[in-house]
Design a binder for this molecule. Sequence first.
Ligand SMILES: [Zn+2]
Length: 104
Amino acid sequence: MGPYCNFCNQRCFTYFPQETPDYILRAYGTSTIIATCQGGQRFEKQRVGYCYDDILAVSFKHTVLPADSTPTPSPSERADNADRQAESEYSHSDGAHAPDDYDG
Ligand SMILES: [Zn+2]
């Protein structure tokens, strides 16, 4: 369910991605959905100043920072993470041999 887009005549709308920055959400006001087709995006870009592509571009920048602005994680922190992962994997496979299943 949802409105049909005036540009592609389909329900091309999608919810704002979780990564959508606040200032873009505010620019869209009460809208909770956003057009993903070419025409719809061009229209919103003219009306609101942003479009779906812009949000994707900004979200992408959010997660993938340029190398020189990325904080380097300390080696000890990394080792700790790897350790915890291995541990949880181990306890998971260990759970498969629960004694409850043994019947005799
Ligand atoms: Zn559309």
